[in-house]
Design a protein around this ligand. Structure first.
Ligand SMILES: [Zn+2]
Ligand SMILES: [Zn+2]
Length: 206
């Protein structure tokens, strides 16, 4: 299912380009290609960091974990305050996802890699290049894993393992209670910031 957007006929090259990007971002091809490019940019950044400097494996492992941890908060914050926030640009696309969880609307495939490359460049101004590439690569990989998790949750159907079923159910609950369970890959920040969904039966049992 696709969502046609930006069909206005007002002229201008900029408007035309934006409309073309909006149409492209709702296609099935963009959806699948973006999952590949998200992983690709993560691996390229991590590979480049390793190539530049792999003399301190412990420090590298810590920075890598720090990047994943930072991304877990970005995932929560963007979902809570942007996708369910007051900025129409972000909120509109996410509303489409809530209405059509199996739809193909997503960001243009080149947008997240471009943001991550800018982040890497900005970080390289403040720290050694290898560390900047490692940190931004870990954040990029976190984003790719988030996108893949979300895809699997909605398209896999029923999971065999009870833990996997519980993990997927947490996000399905979010689709019914949009002010709860913002974390997709993990419930960490929902626990910490009070948005973890507690069912009414559990509340009564307390
Ligand atoms: Zn979803
Ligand atoms: Zn949502």
């Amino acid at each position: 299912m696709t969502q046609q957007r930006g069909q206005g006929v007002d002229g201008g090259l900029g408007t035309g380009v934006l409309q073309a990007i909006a149409r492209m971002s709702s296609t099935r091809a963009n959806y699948w290609v973006s999952h590949v490019t998200d992983f690709l940019v993560g691996f390229v950044l991590l590979g480049a960091s390793f190539w530049l400097d792999h003399s301190q494996p412990l420090l590298s492992a810590l920075v890598f974990l720090l990047g994943l941890f930072i991304f877990s908060f970005i995932e929560y914050a963007f979902h809570r305050w942007l996708f369910h926030g007051a900025v129409p640009l972000f909120e509109r696309g996410h509303t489409i996802h809530h209405e059509q969880p199996l739809g193909y609307d997503s960001l243009p495939f080149f947008f997240p890699p471009a943001v991550v490359m800018l982040l890497a460049a900005a970080l390289a101004l403040a720290m050694p290049a290898a560390l900047a590439l490692l940190l931004s690569g870990a954040i990029a990989l976190g984003y790719a894993l988030y996108g893949f998790s979300h895809l699997v949750i909605h398209r896999r159907g029923r999971f065999n393992h009870p833990l996997a079923r519980k993990w997927a159910a947490v996000h399905h609950v979010h689709h019914h209670h949009p002010d709860k369970n913002y974390g997709v890959t993990s419930p960490l920040w929902d626990f910490l910031l009070g948005t973890w969904y507690v069912s009414k039966s559990k509340v009564r049992a307390r």
